[in-house]
Design a protein around this ligand. Sequence first.
Ligand SMILES: NC(=O)c1ccc[n+]([C@@H]2O[C@H](COP(=O)([O-])OP(=O)(O)OC[C@H]3O[C@@H](n4cnc5c(N)ncnc54)[C@H](O)[C@@H]3O)[C@@H](O)[C@H]2O)c1
Length: 277
Amino acid sequence: MSNNLLAGKRGIIFGALDENSIAWKVALEAKKQGASFTLTNAPVALRLGAIKKLGEECNATIIPADATNMEDLEKLMTQSVEILGGKIDFILHSIGMSINVRKSFPYTELSHDNFLKAMDISALSFHRVMQVARKLDALNEHASVLALSYIAAQRAFPGYNDMADNKAALESIARSFGYYLGKEKKIRVNTISQSPTMTTAGSGIKGFDKFFIYADKVSPLGNASAEDCANYCVMMFSDFTRMVTMQNLFHDGGFSYTGVSEEILNSLVADDDSASA
Ligand SMILES: NC(=O)c1ccc[n+]([C@@H]2O[C@H](COP(=O)([O-])OP(=O)(O)OC[C@H]3O[C@@H](n4cnc5c(N)ncnc54)[C@H](O)[C@@H]3O)[C@@H](O)[C@H]2O)c1
């Protein structure tokens, strides 16, 4: 259903890799809601080619940018303003990558070089994006800047590895930068903490399929899908959330505030009779 929630708004969407990517779904929904935007990803990801299809579907120009490279980000920001015909109203940062996860280094035996690289890609890049946008004055008043996070920023999830530390930093950067952008131009900065979702980044996590099932059984509403997440992102880009900033917003079917569910309890003890027998 389209309500034209983003009519006339211009955006930049980072991180659509393939049809499963959360950013892919956000692009489709933003288009449906009347936005125009550019799409961007690391040059190596663009070589895989899938994003071309999304670009055509959304009538969006694709601009390569490594989110850890300030020159790339400056070009991206300048070209986006030119192509879209004005300053930017929303940015989605949908980027995550850990070499420690990819190469199965356990958290207790990390490569710290890999750790620094992952932190740069997954967290510091969010700071870089906002720093460049601010320097070039590329954002409109009341713009909305959003990144995607995961509850391992607050709680231990064995297997999520150094991505947990990256997400904690990402959420902190949203608060810290959000203060300045809010004061200067009433710009909102938030993170959405999403349920486990079957994507390339998600399924790279050790034991991800079990994370997924566990979260689904604990959450009263079940896991939130990538499409649900896209709807929430669109709402956060819209004028209906103009006073929401510096928040980490859980979008997880209630997982974050549920202690335990009956499904989980029942899977631990067969029934009362057997327990007392
Ligand atoms: N899938 C999940 O379970 C889940 C849950 C909560 C949060 N998230 C977060 O959602 C975001 C999107 O991930 P996804 O699940 O859609 O997976 P995805 O693999 O489709 O997206 C990750 C993206 O990061 C991009 N990227 C990696 N290095 C980059 C760089 N140097 N410069 C620019 N882009 C780069 C990749 O090319 C890819 O498009 C990530 O921040 C992820 O941590 C995912």
